[in-house]
Design a protein around this ligand. Structure first.
Ligand code: TPP
Length: 373
């Protein structure tokens, strides 16, 4: 048994939820896809980061008196702590909302290293935030849980949370066909970029499947692990790259970023531009959170040339094919300062993509050895 996304969605609407906002999560991908397909456009906002979704929920309630449901992976809880504590909390503006949190790394459920601690401390974090919470799993009577949660929302007028276990929701696959930005896959683009990079370049790759592909590409190239894989800390890849560039000004840094990741903390871009680091920032743009189910981002319609140049980057190039990358790379490589190479890619990924066999600690050691050599 599992919870049917359509019934759950109807149950939320029946209880006064008029806005859905959040950042996609793999455990919530069925519910997220159902919302994306079935909520009216004005009822659903995929936000840049989870804190933005809390703020949106607050504004929506202030103006309409209705509730928002804010969905996120528990990794995103950190991004919400400030607006939950100093804005929506019952001791401040007391804004009711329902948080729907995917519980990656739940104790006893095997998961990746970056999810283990976050999974262990999630209920404790909610306790510390004084947010009442209920666990939802495949066996739950979802209607009964929603009744309790909304009774509490009505009583307190403040945020409450549902902590959602793996496989709680039945399958639902995104129906809405989104146009692909190009036919080049992320993995093929990464293979070409790793081959073009110099052996001395310090490579930082972003959260999600991009880092898993980089890991496997190094194995396929018969090379030792040497890249910093940003397995957690989504949205901070470019800032890590800036820190690396500041720590080793004599070396060139190559940052392999995603559009969801860049959007999440886009304020980093003008800071990077202002420091003129020796940094090639590659934006792998599929206009989607492909790693967690392919939910759309707004990056398909953004002018990253204008953004990069306005943020102080010295150069921008666009590529949508292997030939484009081959043409753009020497132009980018010839420049100094922060440079943006936007590579438009498809949403394709291998079903048999593996996970790094080495630990984050081991990856860190190999990266540091190269960086400090
Ligand atoms: C703070 C935070 N929120 C959400 C997630 C879940 N998550 C992991 S990868 C990913 C999508 C990344 O999208 P993008 O950068 O566009 O890369 P793509 O998956 O399309 O390659 C998300 C939402 C996370 N790890 N951390």
């Amino acid at each position: 048994m599992s919870i049917a996304p359509d019934q759950f969605f109807a149950g939320l609407k029946a209880r006064g939820v008029g806005l859905f906002a959040g950042v996609p999560d793999s455990l919530l991908s069925s519910l997220g896809a159902y919302i994306e397909d079935n909520a009216a456009p004005q009822e659903h906002v995929i936000t840049a980061n989870e804190g933005n979704a809390i703020a949106l929920a607050a504004g929506y309630h202030l103006a309409s008196g209705g509730f928002a449901a804010v969905y996120m992976q528990n990794s995103g809880l950190g991004n919400t702590v400030n607006p939950l504590t100093s804005l929506a909390d019952r001791e401040v503006y007391r804004i009711p909302m329902l948080l729907i949190i995917g519980w990656r790394g739940e104790p006893g459920v095997k998961d990746e290293p970056q999810h283990v601690k976050q999974g262990r401390i999630t209920p404790g974090q909610l306790d510390l935030l004084e947010i009442p919470h209920w666990v939802l799993d495949a066996q739950s009577d979802a209607e009964a849980v929603l009744d309790q949660a909304f009774a509490r929302i009505q009583q307190d007028g403040a945020p409450v949370a549902l902590l959602v276990r793996k496989d709680a929701f039945g399958k639902y696959k995104l129906r809405q066909a989104q146009a692909e930005l190009s036919s080049l896959s992320r993995e093929d683009a990464l293979a070409q970029l790793l081959a073009l990079a110099d052996p001395g370049d310090l490579v930082i790759s972003t959260t999600g499947k991009a880092s898993r592909e980089v890991y496997e590409l190094r194995v396929a190239r018969g090379e030792p692990q040497r890249d910093f894989l940003t397995v957690g800390g989504m949205g901070h890849t470019a800032s890590i790259a800036l820190g690396v560039a500041l720590g080793q000004p004599g070396k060139r840094v190559v940052c392999l970023d995603g559009d969801g990741s860049v959007l999440m903390h886009m304020g980093a871009l003008p800071i990077i531009g202002s420091r003129r680091p020796n940094l090639i920032h590659i934006l792998l743009n599929n206009a989607a959170h492909e790693s967690v189910g392919g939910q759309p981002t707004v990056a398909g319609g953004m002018d990253f040339r204008a953004i990069a140049l306005a943020c102080g980057y010295s150069q921008y190039q666009l590529a949508s094919s292997a030939e484009d990358i081959a043409r753009a790379w020497p132009l980018i490589a010839a420049q100094s300062g922060a440079r943006l190479l936007e590579v438009k890619i498809s949403r394709a990924a291998r079903d048999n993509l593996g996970r790094p066999a080495s630990s984050p600690e081991e990856n860190k050691i190999s990266f540091c050895k190269l960086a400090r050599a």
